[in-house]
Design a protein around this ligand. Structure first.
Ligand code: ADP
Ligand code: TRP
Length: 327
């Protein structure tokens, strides 16, 4: 049985990018694997959230995990900061991570460019902390979206380096995972690349039907094809990419044919897309509301997950300390 692990930072509500890029795969994997899914609250500290925001956002992610179908009886669901061993492993692994490679990380460069006044050491070593989450549980597979691919490559590099330095075969190299093999990037509908919280273009699992319709109808398009079978410009391809995630293959084919014969009306496509998104997320949304308000249940899930996660974490840290030479 493979060990699977993944996490999401508690920085707000989950959007379709999180759901289709990562979370849906968590749900599919929990039956056949030994799964760990966690809320990456240490990671969220790079932006200095207010203490009350952390609490609310951890609760949001937990309830949205559960509402999406994660089952605490099948998977270990926990909050990262409930596992203090992560901090120790992070300190130890930082000794083998080089400034140059950390500075070259795409996400670091991007964040440093976006927030030049807050280029902190935690941001620089973000990939080390993420590697520790993964290596702590000896994960084989890590379901994530395309934007996390480089972090997984770095995790493998840190694992190899540790093994080499100490002459052991201790850490295994995990794989970024998606069922279709290629990691996916869910596009935003504003023509700006990926859907994301910080991009401000999210369609959220908690959005009401009317909000979803409004967001989809506002999607950027062009004036339409004038030559048959012409390639789709990015903003149009984005609509089709989303449609492939939520609509039936027949529906996608139908609009693809209309596009290729220059008969497409984007308004019709958007209407269909909005209804299909609603169909996909409405059941999740209804469950979120119930679970979010059931504080006792959420606390129980987190406590149960923390206990299981800490057990494995304590074992890993003890082994790592031994390998390093602390007797
Ligand atoms: P955000 O980008 O909204 O801040 P996170 O960085 O917390 O979200 O991402 C949590 C998980 O969701 C990661 O596995 C990430 O790869 C995935 N994810 C986020 N946005 C997208 C997207 N647009 N397409 C595919 N996966 C995504
Ligand atoms: N870095 C991930 C993100 O921003 C979140 C994350 C933290 C994670 N630790 C992880 C994902 C371990 C997978 C495995 O989305």
């Amino acid at each position: 049985m493979d060990t699977v692990l993944s996490g999401i930072r508690p920085t707000g509500d989950l959007h379709l990018g999180n759901y289709f890029g990562a979370l849906r795969n968590f749900v599919k994997m929990q039956n056949e694997n030994n799964c760990y899914f966690f809320v990456a609250d240490y990671h969220s500290l790079t932006t200095h959230p207010h203490p009350s925001d952390i609490q609310v956002n951890v609760k949001k992610i937990l309830s949205q995990y559960l509402a999406s179908g994660l089952d605490p009886e099948k998977a270990t669901i926990y909050v990262q900061s409930d596992v203090p061993q992560v901090a120790e492993l992070y300190m130890l692994m930082n000794m083998n991570a080089y400034i140059g490679e950390l500075e070259r990380t795409t996400t670091f460069k991007e964040k440093a460019r976006q927030n030049p006044d807050n280029v902190n050491a935690g941001l620089l070593t973000y990939a080390v902390l993420m590697a520790c989450d993964i290596l702590m549980m000896h994960a084989d597979k890590v379901p994530v979206g395309k934007d996390q691919e480089q972090h997984l490559e770095m995790t493998c590099k840190f694992a190899r380096r540790f093994n080499q330095i100490y002459g052991v075969e201790y850490f295994k190299e995990p794989k970024a995972f998606n069922f279709g093999n290629n990691l996916i990037k869910v596009p935003g509908l504003d023509g700006s690349g990926k859907m994301g919280k910080s991009q401000g273009n999210g369609i959220y699992l908690i959005d009401e039907d009317k909000d979803i319709r409004k967001k989809v109808m506002k999607a950027v398009t062009d004036s339409g094809p004038t030559v048959e079978n012409s390639p789709k410009p990015e903003v149009i391809q984005n609509l089709f990419t989303l449609m492939e995630l939520v609509s039936t293959p027949d529906t996608v084919q139908h609009f693809d044919n209309l596009y290729n014969t220059c008969q497409i009306r984007y308004g019709d496509l958007k209407k269909q897309l909005a209804e299909d998104i609603i169909k996909a997320v409405a059941p999740v949304r209804e469950r979120i509301k119930d679970i979010y308000n059931n504080e006792e249940y959420l606390n129980r899930v987190a406590a149960q997950g923390a206990e299981k996660a800490r057990e494995q974490a304590a074992k890993t840290v003890a082994e790592v300390r031994h390998i390093i030479g602390f007797k």
